[in-house]
Unconditional design. Sequence first.
Length: 125
Amino acid sequence: MHYIKEARNKPYQIICQPRIKDTYHSLTNLLCFESNLFIFTMARRKSRSNNRPVKPKLKLDTVFRCPFCQLENSVGCSFDKDLNIGEISCSICHAGYETKLTPLTEPIDIYCEWIDECERVNQKS
């Protein structure tokens, strides 16, 4: 049974008495439950959602150029999380570097520290 009733602040409300087949979840736009009546307001338009395509994150390098023998893709990095040590070494000339790890450390961070340390040593000489 449906009929339109004027309410306090809302001029048009539809009031319907629940049927046996109706369930609480099938009723939409529920405002309140008063004794045996469900009160609804008129439905609003759905707002447009921003479904922009998600850009894939850029992946950081894990294999690098050796600063000593200048060969591409010869330097690899390994982490020892038990000892909090990160090690980077060249597979050709066996030059390497070790540093302490933080929870946010990535292979590129260790490589940059190694290059910075090489520049510091060269400036002192």
